[in-house]
Design a protein. Structure first.
Length: 565
């Protein structure tokens, strides 16, 4: 029943693609479906398209519209069934094949996706959009070379088309080749000074290079070109969050929501901003709105879970994370997020079950092996932790953090020399890494190499004076070192205070170090005060709760805290 339309318009996948519609009542139902789709009222859109199908089961455009709507609701199997039916009814409509390729890409059936998009390219080898879509499929497959080749081919077809440079600039951005990305996006702007998309993507690239002020300048240009679109305000909000300009970031996200009030991502962005502003109740309201607008998106539940955890609503946090797993049972990230929650709750049994499932889903993902090693370390299953560390290093022999992980395990097994050797290797790979020097300092302290340990801790502070861990590590050694030659209560208090200031006095470990520092300085009243505050920051189920609680009694007895005692 539909008409064949031009390749140029057909490859711009949207509900507006099929422009000619059937007559009468069915036409009106499809129009209403498109309107509801544009307004993100997806349930209503499905009702309208379904009503059109009930009136005429041969109406391919209604199946097409419903397929697109199901994709937005992440009901990919339903979307695939509908687009297959649309193609069956009208196999000459290229737009339908493009949509099916996109659905198959999201379903990770890359072979089917490539077959569809190759057939589209074969019909018109000069149509740029086909190569752009195939490039994104190659990127999803991890074949960046073929992805770049397709976009470079687009530029050869039409070197004056700014969109070709825009798409390749985006790809270089994904590949973290930021200089190339910046060059392509700047070329796109030279070819089309009114391209808000090019300014938007260049702002993103600049932000990855930590050029936040320049990125904000590009955001202003995006807003100037598209003042009623949310993208410029949203991106500027992200940049201001990175600059810790939270109040103005919140204003930007609010302005973005005025432009697009039914966009769940904008509510999620503002929720994170408000959480960083210490407005957890307002953040929870925004996160709940995102869930309400898009209840089948697992990520909104993960975001809300983090806020529930902040508010100590642990049952609600676990419920949201479990809903995320239910929605995406084949997505390793859902299990990872719940594993991390269980880990923080010291529930190693459930944490291990989740990370094991994630490893089964993505057996070659080294990050998951590193996380499982951390769970095994918490369980003191050193041999299993070592096996995962060895696996990661076999796959990534130049990964400094993997050497640090293995060093910690080897140290616990009493293999201090081997652990230090791994630390030396990590430092050779990343000579300016704070984590490397802190970990080596810890191992040297455990091995009673106090002078070398102190040098490592002090260098870590020099490298990163605005990170709490560096001050906390140094303060702990100055306060608790077994050898009194290396203790200095006054300096310990100075660095412990700095660590607490950086964490706004809300980190139990930093407060614990501050208490130990005051005890070494002889101020036991302050030591008890801050140790009790550290205990209040913890739950009785936390692995370190009882240890912190016992230290209150130590300080009340007028004793300082020293290692090995």
């Amino acid at each position: 029943m539909s008409r064949v339309i031009s390749m140029v318009s057909v490859l711009c996948v949207s509900l507006a693609t099929v422009s000619v519609a059937p007559e009468g009542a069915i036409l009106e139902l499809i129009k209403q479906g498109r309107k509801a789709y544009a307004a993100r009222e997806y349930d209503d859109a499905i009702k309208y398209f379904s009503a059109a199908i009930e009136r005429d089961k041969d109406e391919d455009e209604a199946y097409y519209g419903r397929a697109m709507t199901y994709v937005q609701k992440r009901e990919l199997d339903k979307g695939l069934a509908d687009i297959n039916q649309a193609i069956k009814l009208n196999d000459e409509e290229v737009a339908y094949v493009v949509v099916r390729a996109r659905i198959q890409q999201q379903r990770r059936d890359f072979k089917a996706a490539l077959a569809d998009i190759d057939s589209v390219i074969k019909l018109n080898p000069q149509a740029i959009r086909g190569y752009q879509i195939r490039s994104s499929i190659y990127l999803s497959m991890g074949d960046s070379k073929k992805a770049i080749d397709d976009l470079s081919h687009c530029i050869r077809i039409d070197p004056k088309d700014d969109n070709n440079y825009l798409e390749r600039g985006r790809l270089y951005q994904e590949l973290q080749q930021y200089d190339k990305s910046y060059a392509d996006l700047t070329k796109a702007i030279e070819l089309n000074e009114d391209s808000s998309a090019a300014y938007h993507e260049r702002a993103r690239t600049l932000s990855r290079q930590k050029e936040y002020d320049k990125a904000i300048d590009d955001c202003f240009k995006v807003i100037e070109l598209s003042p009623k679109a949310h993208q410029g305000y949203q991106m500027r909000g992200h940049m201001r969050m990175l600059k810790n300009d939270l109040d103005r970031a919140e204003q930007d996200f609010t302005k973005a929501l005025e432009c697009d009030p039914k966009n769940p991502l904008l509510y999620s962005d503002r929720a994170r901003c408000r959480l960083n502003q210490d407005k957890p109740a307002a953040a929870l309201k925004d996160a709940s709105e995102a869930v309400k607008l898009d209840p089948k998106n697992a990520y909104w539940y993960q975001d809300r879970a983090a806020i529930h955890e902040k508010l100590k609503n642990f049952k609600s946090a676990e419920s949201d994370l479990s809903e995320s797993v239910r929605l995406e049972p084949k997505n390793a990230d859902s299990y990872v997020r719940r594993c991390q929650f269980y880990f923080r709750q010291n529930n190693t049994k459930d944490a291990l079950a989740d990370i094991n499932t994630a490893v089964k889903l993505e057996p070659k993902e080294t990050f998951l092996r590193s996380m499982r090693a951390a769970v095994y370390r918490r369980m003191e299953a050193w041999d299993k932790a070592l096996a995962d560390c060895n696996y990661v290093l076999k796959q990534e022999p130049e990964n400094p953090l993997a050497y640090l992980d293995r060093a910690s395990v080897l140290s616990k097994q009493g293999k201090h020399a081997e652990g230090l050797k791994d630390c030396h290797k990590a430092i050779a790979l990343a000579p300016k890494s704070v984590e490397c020097y802190q970990t080596r300092g810890q191992l040297r302290r455990q091995n009673k190499e106090y002078e070398k340990a102190l040098a490592d801790y002090e260098y870590a502070v020099e490298l990163a004076p605005d990170i709490q861990h560096t001050h906390n590590g140094l303060a702990w050694m100055l306060a608790t070192c077994h050898d009194k030659k290396y203790r200095d209560g006054k300096r310990a208090v100075e660095h412990a205070r700095k660590a607490c200031e950086l964490t706004k006095y809300r980190d139990a470990y930093c407060l614990d170090t501050l208490a130990a520092s005051y005890a070494e300085a002889g101020d036991f009243k302050e030591a008890v005060r801050w140790q009790e505050q550290a205990v209040k920051m913890c739950l009785p189920t936390d692995s370190h709760y009882q240890r912190l609680r016992d230290r209150v009694d130590i300080f009340k007895s007028g004793k300082a805290l020293y290692e090995d005692e």
